[in-house]
Design a binder for this molecule. Structure first.
Ligand code: IGP
Length: 260
């Protein structure tokens, strides 16, 4: 069983417990009252890099990254530094996150929020919207083509912007064929946890110019950002480097608006 399969199995168990407590119909009723989601695409399409800054406590590859007792105040620092969006990891077992983190961040900032999780059912999309997310991640490696298409359509119908994540050629072709507007190349292979620093370089040319490309994982500062922008990224998604930096506001600012 790959790491990814193992994570998804845990996610499905936790999900079943939540679904038994809060029925989908209750979430739908909540959403009927909710304000429309924020659209991050105009910021992403601006010239110069946009940053999606991530609230991330730990990961299966690196273990403990940072003690984040107050995700809301970290998010306020990210927003003050000019983050185009904030990613909140909500997976509990391996990443130490929760929907409570997402709700706390939503209450504290006005920028678009990404629910970063292993989304395998429509219920998780309802949860994302109900907790105040504006974007949702769909990981191509975790979904067959039917699931990917169905979840993508469901997310769009809820008004969510979808970040479709890929790591190899075949996944990139699936994302493009799906019509994904926002495609993230994760340098890390979630099945093995290995990082391939050349993944972006290889995959970016397979993506048509009308889509927005996001470079994900292993970005440590403005030098990395400049390289990815030169290779076609408009957006960078950064976790570890920001949660470990004592001055996250300045760190986000330094990675924002970088030109090739
Ligand atoms: O902490 P980093 O190396 O800056 O990486 C952030 C982000 O790319 C990473 O958290 C991530 C990318 N795709 C994912 C899918 C699931 C969980 C986590 C991720």
């Amino acid at each position: 069983m790959s790491v990814l399969d193992d994570i998804v199995a845990g996610v499905r168990e936790d999900l079943a417990a939540r679904e038994a407590t809060v029925p989908a119909a209750d979430l739908r009723a909540l959403l009927a009252e909710a304000p429309a989601p924020r659209d991050p695409m105009p910021h992403f399409r601006r010239s110069g890099s946009s940053v999606i800054a991530e609230v991330k406590r730990r990961s299966p590859s690196k273990g403990e990254l940072a003690d984040i007792p107050d995700p809301a105040s970290l998010a306020q620092e990210y927003a003050a530094g000019g983050a185009a969006a904030i990613s909140v990891l909500t997976e509990q077992r391996r990443f130490g996150g929760s929907l409570d983190d997402l709700r706390a961040v939503r209450a504290a900032v006005d920028v678009p929020l990404l629910r970063k999780d292993f989304i395998v059912t429509g219920y998780q999309l309802l949860e994302a919207r109900a907790a105040g997310a504006d974007l949702a991640l769909l990981i191509v490696a975790a979904l067959d083509d039917d699931e990917l298409r169905r979840l993508h359509a469901e997310a769009r119908s809820l008004g969510l912007t979808v970040l479709v994540e890929v790591h190899d050629e075949a996944e990139t072709e699936r994302a493009v064929a799906l019509g994904a507007e926002l495609i993230g190349v994760n340098a890390r292979n979630l099945k093995t946890l290995e990082v391939d620093p050349d993944a972006f370089t290889r995959l970016a040319p397979l993506v048509p110019d009308d889509r927005v490309l996001v470079a994900e994982s292993g970005i440590s500062g403005p030098t990395d950002v400049k390289r990815y922008v030169a290779e076609g990224a408009r957006v960078v998604l950064v976790g570890e480097a920001l949660v470990k930096d004592g001055a996250p506001r300045e760190a986000v600012a330094a990675m924002t608006g970088v030109e090739a």
